[in-house]
Design a protein around this ligand. Structure first.
Ligand SMILES: NC(=O)c1ccc[n+]([C@@H]2O[C@H](COP(=O)([O-])OP(=O)(O)OC[C@H]3O[C@@H](n4cnc5c(N)ncnc54)[C@H](OP(=O)(O)O)[C@@H]3O)[C@@H](O)[C@H]2O)c1
Length: 258
C-alpha cells in the first residue's frame, strides 16, 4: 500500500519512523516546506494520486485548507486517516462526502518507538482497507476502538499525556540539580527512575492495584508517607485531574471551531 502524509511535522515523522521498515508500505509526503527526509516529496495532486492512505498530519487550524484542496481531487477507494485533535469524522465528511472512508485516530509521539496508545474510530468498519490500517496501527503500540465522543478525554490523557508526565519529571529534574551532576547524567537517572517505576507497575498490575503498589513502598512514619501526605493535603491529585480536564475542554472547544 502507498501512504501519503499531508504535512510532515512531528507526528508524521513519528508515524513514518514507526512504519518505515514495513516491506509492503511505500511513503511520500507534501509539506509547504520541503524537508530533509528520505521519503519522496510530491505536490498535493500527485500525492493524492499516489496514496491509498492519506494522513492529514497538519495542525487543526490548517485542516480546512487541506480538505478544500482535497475536495476536487479523485479520491475513490482511498482512506483518509486523521489524527487532527478536535476534528470529528462528520467534520471531515462535510468536505469529502459520506462515501469517503475516514479513520480518526489519536496516537501519541511514542508511535515512533511502537509504544503509542492510539484511539481508533471509523464510520466504515466493514471496509477491508480500513481494517488493514487498524492492523498496521497495532504494530505501533496498543490500539483501542472507542466511540468518537470519548476522543476529547482520550486526547487529553494519551495524546497530551506524555507532555504532562514529562512536566512532572521536570519538577524532579530541577530539584536534583542540587547534586551538581552533569545535565546528561541527571536525565539518565530520571530515565532509570521512570523505567524502574514502570517495570514495578507492569510486573505487578495484574495482581495489585496502584494504591497497593504505593502502599508497598510506603513505611509508616517514613519519608514516602511524609511526601504523600503533602501530596493529598494539597490536593495535588485534584490539580492533576484539572490538568486533564483543561486539555479535554480545549479539545471540545477546538471541535466547535470551523
Ligand atoms: N504531536 C503530537 O504528539 C500529536 C499527537 C496526536 C495528534 N496530533 C495531531 O497531529 C496533527 C499534526 O501535529 P504535529 O505535532 O505533527 O504538527 P506539526 O509538527 O506542526 O506539523 C504539521 C506540519 O504541517 C505543515 N502544514 C501546514 N499547512 C499545511 C498544508 N496546507 N499542507 C500541508 N502541510 C501543511 C506544517 O508546516 P509549517 O510548520 O510550515 O506550518 C508542519 O510541517 C495535529 O492536528 C495534532 O492535533 C499530534
Amino acid at each position: 500500500m502507498n501512504y501519503g502524509f499531508i504535512g510532515f511535522g512531528h507526528l508524521a515523522t513519528a508515524i513514518y519512523q514507526g512504519l518505515k521498515n514495513e516491506k509492503d508500505i511505500h511513503f511520500a509526503y507534501f509539506d509547504p516546506m520541503r524537508k530533509n527526509v528520505e521519503l519522496p516529496f510530491l505536490q498535493p495532486e500527485e500525492l493524492t494520486a499516489f496514496a491509498d492512505v492519506i494522513f492529514l498530519t497538519v495542525k487543526p487550524q490548517d485542516v480546512v485548507s487541506v480538505l478544500e484542496q482535497l475536495r476536487p481531487l479523485r479520491r475513490e477507494g482511498k482512506i483518509i486517516v486523521s489524527p487532527v485533535a478536535g476534528k470529528s469524522i462528520a467534520f471531515i465528511e462535510n468536505y469529502l462526502g459520506k462515501d469517503q472512508p475516514i479513520v480518526r485516530i489519536m496516537p501519541n509521539l511514542a508511535i515512533a518507538y511502537k509504544k503509542s496508545v492510539t484511539a481508533f474510530a471509523t464510520h466504515h468498519p466493514n471496509n477491508e482497507n480500513v481494517n488493514e490500517i487498524y492492523r498496521v496501527l497495532t504494530k505501533l503500540g496498543k490500539v483501542v476502538k472507542i466511540d468518537e465522543n470519548h476522543f476529547d478525554l482520550f486526547t487529553s490523557v494519551f495524546g497530551s499525556g506524555p507532555a504532562f508526565i514529562l512536566a512532572f519529571l521536570n519538577v524532579f529534574r530541577n530539584k536534583i540539580r542540587e547534586f551538581n551532576l552533569p545535565e546528561s547524567e541527571i536525565d539518565e537517572l530520571l530515565v532509570q527512575l521512570t523505567e524502574g517505576t514502570l517495570s514495578y507497575f507492569s510486573e505487578n498490575h495484574s495482581r495489585c492495584s496502584i494504591e497497593e503498589l504505593i502502599r508497598n513502598v510506603t513505611s509508616k512514619g517514613g519519608t514516602t508517607e511524609a511526601g504523600l501526605n503533602y501530596f493529598y493535603e494539597h490536593q495535588m491529585d485534584r490539580l492533576i485531574e484539572g490538568v486533564l480536564e483543561a486539555a479535554k475542554n480545549r479539545s471540545i472547544e477546538m471541535s466547535k471551531m470551523s
